[in-house]
Design a protein around this ligand. Structure first.
Ligand code: CA
Length: 444
């Protein structure tokens, strides 16, 4: 398990002053990675510090680091993070320590690195790495029970749920970074009282509040990843909105699981917060005493004591009416919070998801993305989807501006945010993931 070290010291400050302001997502204790560009320059790797991005390609030419950190920095002089992610934990950790020391108040490198800072609001982001495969889990028992009771009232939670971290293989090709706009999907649906299905625009378009887990170093085909070693393979995490067409999903999901209801778009936040940065926020993993203990390959003392992660999550909605004719800055503030929860409620830890995924010898690869499944908390108002918040569309949400929503309407923007905070540790954040639903494309 990753231990706390000098990079987590809550008293550290940076010579980049905006990183020292309370409430920033990106203090010196965070140091997440992304791929960005400005203007017509090529995409390159960067690290967030306050409201600035440290351009890793630019600093690599200065050769400021030594040893494994120097090797890591060379790998970061790329258009994706895959070469760096593939190096493994020792390199990630050496890079984090060197970046932390270089950005600290009083660092000798300040004058050299200062010209390599770029304002975040001038940057355009790309996917942080080439996502090779995408697997989506179903790790919130509250979400699984609520959705199960809507789709199968007589049998909400299937008997394997408490034994197997349930997942399915999704599409990587339709995952894009924050700022994505996508057209309402069309597909096959069947109303309960209809004699046969029809084909047309989805009528029940929903979001799913999830975390994404990026695999750094993979495993050889045929070899498992023991639970005790999953920290060596997980590079970091992001926010994930797994857009879902509920009417298409209800008609198609049996017997093989979701297919076209999920593969038209998924959106992630641009910054990967490393597992090492999240170390102060690891917490006890608990199950109700009456529930079965996980099988030995999914169980360890460390996983029980520190396997869960306390990450606060929230979902906000901005309708076209809220956007109105206001200025872009005012628009950004005009949103309505739909729900808030924490990833600590997950029924399975990210270590268990990775160990289970590789337990049959399936080879995970650098850049693979694992979705955690919708993170709904124990209370109904902590639900991570409209399907749950509106009881399957039966109880519309009343927004404070007088509008109502059951499912999303064309022009709606959904924003998700995540952060960690507790006494004695620096608050760190994930930034946000925002995307907008466009009308269905006209039939050809
Ligand atoms: Ca999902």
């Amino acid at each position: 398990m990753i231990s706390l070290n000098e990079t987590h010291d809550a008293s550290l400050t940076s010579w980049v002053n905006c990183a020292n302001q309370s409430g920033t997502d990106f203090p010196i204790q965070n140091l997440p990675f992304a791929v960005f560009k400005t203007g017509t320059e090529p995409f390159r790797c960067g690290v967030a510090i306050g409201n600035q991005i440290l351009d890793l390609k630019a600093i690599s030419t200065l050769k400021p680091f030594e040893g494994k950190a120097a090797e890591a920095l060379t790998a970061c002089a790329s258009e994706t993070l895959n070469p760096f992610m593939d190096l493994g934990f020792e390199h990630w950790s050496a890079m984090r320590l060197s970046l932390s020391r270089a950005l600290r108040a009083g660092s000798d490198l300040e004058s050299q690195l200062k010209p390599c800072l770029i304002p975040m609001d001038k940057a355009e982001f790309a996917l942080p790495c080439q996502i090779r495969d995408y697997t989506d889990f179903y790790s919130s028992i509250y979400h699984a029970t609520a959705v199960g009771s809507l789709f199968r009232p007589d049998n909400p939670l299937l008997p394997n749920y408490k034994w197997v971290p349930i997942g399915y293989h999704g599409r990587a090709s339709s995952i894009e970074v924050t700022g994505q706009s996508f057209h309402r999907p069309v597909g096959q649906t069947k109303a309960p009282d209809a004699e046969q299905p029809s084909f047309g625009p989805c009528k029940r378009l929903d979001y799913e509040l999830e975390m994404g887990v990026f695999i750094g170093q993979g495993n050889t085909l045929g070899d498992a990843i023991p639970l005790q070693k999953t920290d060596q393979h997980i590079f970091g995490m992001c926010l994930l909105n797994d857009w879902s067409a509920r009417d298409m999903q209800a008609w198609e999901y049996q017997p093989l699981g979701p297919f076209l209801a999920k593969s038209f778009a998924s959106t992630i936040s641009p910054w990967i917060v490393t597992l090492e940065a999240l170390a102060p926020y690891r917490t006890e993993y608990q199950r109700p005493a009456a529930d079965p203990k996980p099988l030995p390959y999914l169980s360890s003392d460390e996983n029980s004591s520190l396997g869960a992660l306390d990450i606060q999550l929230e979902v906000l909605l901005q309708t076209p009416a809220m956007k109105g004719s206001q200025t872009p800055v005012a628009q950004k503030q005009c949103m309505e919070k739909l729900s808030q929860s924490s990833f600590r409620h997950s029924y399975w830890t990210i270590g268990q998801m990775v160990a289970h995924h590789a337990s049959n010898g399936c080879n995970l690869q650098s850049g693979d993305l694992l979705g955690t499944g919708t993170q709904s908390g124990p209370k109904p108002e902590e639900a991570g989807s409209l399907l749950e918040l509106t009881k399957g569309g039966k109880q519309p949400l009343n927004l404070t501006n007088g509008e109502q929503r059951t499912f999303l309407q064309d022009g709606d923007t959904v924003v998700m945010r995540g952060w960690c905070e507790k006494e004695g540790a620096a608050r760190i954040g994930f930034g946000e993931v925002a995307a907008t639903l466009l009308p269905a494309k006209a039939a050809n």
